[in-house]
Design a protein around this ligand. Structure first.
Ligand code: HEM
Length: 484
């Protein structure tokens, strides 16, 4: 026993004396936290926004923190983001992405060509390919919404708004991109949605390796079920051309069936994980801000196709766009992470230079700045649907920090080479969805006094945040609505 204690003592001493790092003058302020090795991991995982805001007050716009043995430099000055986003030589996106891919999806894709994958994505999510995906998505949304509520039904239905939005958009997106059982479309998509939500509920713990043993079993078995449910996606005629091309690429690259299914689950997450939560927040804000609801309704009622039943996708919608941008400003919180491949000097917008060490990580968190920075967006905690509109109703894009006009005044879609590939499809989908709900559904809050939910703070860094509780609504199809 005494030998074990002595050995442990020596290991800790060695650790503290030799492995502990000190800051050199040219490096960003270093904050290791008081717990050896772990550093700030607990605070970071519990509420990254609160923790990083506190660090920013203490150290300024750039600092390095120790998180579970790794050193992460956090940059919170949006004027200097380009020096990170544009540097694809010293800073690497894929290594950390691969670590997460393995932890979350049990997936390794050695020698996979991400350039070919992106080219396939571009082919189908832009231009003509996009127009056809929009049509299919619009049809699926309409069918699901109407099958949700029978046209002759006069009673209200009750559901959580988060589940209402996520379930509808997920199933419509799944049917559009992944396809469904020909003879039983609805059940198939519903099964996938339910298992997906169980999986996603534990996804952040999978990524951080903080699962308890019961949770580990649960998440592994639901992941297995999802792999099985996705087995035929991209092989069947009813899958989108995008998914069929993607699966063909994986086959040509020599990946076995098992690996292909794991990759499909990752694509399911990338394509379906953000739109539902984003629409929950947008409807939640609209239902609690009458001025915004009136303005969006007024605009959308003017941009319909003849007959007024369908939205004309070609018409500009600055009010809707501003409302969406404001929603995403408040609720999109991805980390933009890069691995430092070689020692590098980061030149900030104010000319200040900082040395970064090879092997460290660099992280941008636009949720804190620019998105919630009071210098850029006054009263950042408030929802203002017209924040991105000029007085004459045109889109507003001039925002400033330190007297300098900003290129990145919000950053919900990421940026550069690794920015969102599905942005336009997502925007079209969301516009369609809001139109359908506002014009074909009567919807009311069950408890208007309870207000908008708070954030599940453990999800910062993983795209759209999710609410910490449900917000219940009652809804029914409008009497005059017969949408087929
Ligand atoms: C509100 C909706 C959405 C938001 C806020 C969003 C946001 C993002 C962000 C921030 C990234 C960059 C992630 C990173 O840097 O690690 C990203 C990547 C990506 N998104 Fe989206 N996204 C949305 C919807 C969609 C949709 C509907 C699709 C496709 C149908 C899609 C496809 C992708 C793909 C394929 C990538 C990976 C790009 C790469 O690896 O280089 N996204 N998205």
């Amino acid at each position: 026993m005494i030998w074990t204690i002595l050995l442990l003592f020596n290991v800790i001493l060695f650790f503290l004396l030799f492995s502990d790092r000190t800051r050199s003058k040219r490096e960003p302020p270093l904050d290791k936290g008081i717990i050896p090795w772990l550093g700030h991991a607990l605070d970071f995982g519990k509420d990254a926004a609160k923790f990083l805001t506190r660090m920013r007050m203490k150290h300024g716009d750039i600092f390095t923190v120790r998180v579970a043995g790794r050193y992460v430099t956090v940059l919170l000055d949006p004027r200097s983001f380009d020096s990170v986003i544009r540097d694809t030589t010293s800073l690497d996106f894929s290594r950390y992405a691969q670590i997460l891919m393995e932890r979350i999806f049990g997936l390794q894709l050695p020698n996979h060509s991400s350039d070919k994958e992106k080219a396939i994505m571009r082919r189908h999510f832009h231009g003509e390919g996009l127009a056809s995906l929009n049509d299919t998505m619009q049809r699926n949304l309409r069918v699901l919404l109407t099958s949700e509520m029978l046209p002759d039904q006069t009673d209200w239905k009750r559901d959580g708004l988060f589940n209402f939005c996520y379930s509808l958009l997920f199933r419509a997106g799944y049917l559009t991109l992944f396809g469904g059982e020909q003879n039983n479309n609805k059940t198939d998509a519903t099964n996938v949605y339910e298992d997906y939500r169980r999986f996603e509920g534990l996804l952040t713990k999978l990524a951080r390796k903080t699962l308890k043993s019961g949770e580990r079993q649960a998440v592994f078995s639901v992941r297995q079920r999802l792999w099985a449910l996705l087995a035929l996606s991209g092989l069947r005629e009813d899958s989108s051309l995008w998914l069929r091309d993607y699966r063909r690429l994986l086959r040509e690259e020599g990946f076995d069936e098992e690996t292909q299914r794991r990759a499909l689950l990752m694509q399911l997450w990338a394509t379906q994980g953000n739109v539902g939560p984003a629409m929950f927040w947008m409807l939640a804000y609209l239902l609690t801000h009458a001025d915004a609801l009136t303005a969006v309704k007024k605009e959308l009622s003017r941009v319909t196709l003849p007959g007024g039943v369908f939205l004309d996708p070609k018409q500009p919608t600055p009010v809707f766009d501003s409302t969406l941008e404001e929603t995403l400003r408040l609720t999109a919180a991805p980390f933009i992470t890069r691995e430092v491949l070689q020692d590098k000097t980061l030149v900030m917008a104010d000319g200040q230079e900082y040395d970064l060490r090879k092997g460290d990580r660099l992280c941008l968190f636009p949720f804190v700045s620019p998105q919630n920075d009071p210098e850029i967006h006054p009263e950042p905690e408030k929802f203002k649907y017209d924040r991105f509109l000029n007085a004459d109703g045109t889109p507003k894009s001039d925002f400033y920090k330190g007297g300098r006009r900003l290129k990145y005044y919000t950053l919900p879609w990421g940026a550069g080479r690794n920015g969102c590939m599905g942005k336009q499809f997502a925007i079209n989908t969301m516009k369609q969805f809001v139109f359908l709900v506002l014009f074909h559904v009567d919807m009311e809050l069950c408890d208007p006094k309870s207000g908008i939910p708070g954030f599940d703070t453990s999800r910062y860094g993983f795209g759209m945040v999710q609410p910490d509780r449900e917000m219940f609504v009652r809804y029914k199809l409008k009497a005059q609505s017969r949408i087929h």
